[in-house]
Design a protein. Structure first.
Length: 346
């Protein structure tokens, strides 16, 4: 369970519930968020299941640091997953700040920076609840064979993979942040997805183990050629609602390849956090804070100065993406035993 004790620190969080940043204000919205997450995940999840999440947390946390309020909301959402692939991590400090709110039962891995240019100095991370998932000592970055792309280029943001297990379910996650801007003469969206999918499909066959490709694939719609690059490689793509804030783009995906364990998927969805925290209806309250707070250089916080600026501002506080998730059954011992019952004598 995410930690809330710091909300009683009056120096950090003033008492009250009438203004953003106050302990009561944040707590009320955490209750709203918890109620939504309970309805979408907790109350309906099956016993012996695993919740896998994926979230592009915008620019996390390069440049201006997020408000403490925002970090509480991000931690609350991730705490309702058992494991989460996070894209667009800018600093390790951001992950450490998140872990302090998630508590000691959570751990994480983060890869190296992808460098400048197409890599945008981004990292990827896996955060996981050690009470639900254990790491199987395989982790790395996906490096493509020579001549996969012209000029022996690699993917702009190196895919990050790791092996885990929960109950009977053994799996490898491969987190991706596929290029958004298309550019002739360079590996483009469809090229990158196809290259990663080809490698993962082969590895799944060799290991007889489920490989899950997930993350921000920058797919506009399920009808795109980019999506076909997944399905043509034998991937089962989870039907998910659009994950952009405007509800129009299918940027984030979770897709499977490997043995029949993928048939044990139970549920899937998105988390529309913007319905309950940093909602448009509350824009005026945050705009009012811009006039009340000292300037940032004097120790003040950065709030939007106009209602119009609020829409963009909140994407830097939470994200311009909605988290996506799936529920997988992790105990299929009954089916296993039933198969043995049906075995014929030699």
């Amino acid at each position: 369970m995410a930690y809330y004790k710091s909300l009683r620190n009056e120096t950090r969080y003033p008492r009250g519930k009438d203004k953003p940043g106050q302990a009561g204000w944040i707590s009320e919205r955490l209750l709203r968020l918890r109620a939504m997450l309970n309805g979408k995940i907790t109350a309906i999840r099956q016993p012996n299941s695993l919740i896998i999440g994926s979230w592009n947390i915008r620019h996390f946390d390069g440049g201006r640091l997020r408000l403490d309020e925002s970090m509480h909301y991000i931690a609350e959402i991730i705490d309702h997953f058992d494991i989460c692939a996070i894209q667009e991590v800018k600093t390790i400090e951001a992950m450490e700040r998140l872990m302090r709110l998630l508590g000691p039962n959570w751990d994480y891995f983060v890869n190296d920076s992808s460098g400048g240019g197409r890599g945008n100095h981004e990292r990827m991370a896996f955060a996981y609840n050690k009470n639900k998932v254990f790491f199987r000592n395989l982790i790395g970055e996906l490096v493509l064979e020579k001549d996969t792309f012209a000029g022996n280029e690699q993917i702009g943001r190196t895919p990050f993979f790791a092996a885990f297990q929960s109950g009977w379910f053994r799996f490898v996650l491969c987190s991706t942040h596929i290029v958004f801007t298309e550019q002739e003469g360079r590996p483009m969206r469809e090229d990158e997805i196809r290259a990663v999918a080809t490698v993962l499909r082969q590895r799944a066959r060799e290991s007889d183990e489920v490989h899950i490709m997930l993350g921000d694939m920058n797919i506009d719609s399920p009808q795109d050629a980019s999506m076909k690059a997944l399905t043509d490689n034998g991937f089962l793509v989870t039907p998910l609602p659009a994950s952009s804030l405007d509800g129009k783009k299918a940027y984030d995906q979770i897709a499977f390849t490997g043995p029949a364990d993928v048939k044990h998927m139970l549920n899937a969805g998105i988390i529309p956090w913007h319905d309950v925290v940093y909602s448009r209806e509350e824009a005026a309250a945050y705009v009012a804070m811009a006039a009340q707070e000292p300037k940032p250089e004097d120790g003040g916080k950065v709030y939007p100065k106009t209602d119009r600026a609020f829409s963009s501002w909140r994407t830097h506080e939470i994200s311009d993406h909605l988290p996506v998730w799936i529920e997988i059954q992790t105990d299929y011992s009954n089916a296993y035993l039933q198969d043995i019952v049906q075995m014929k004598p030699k």
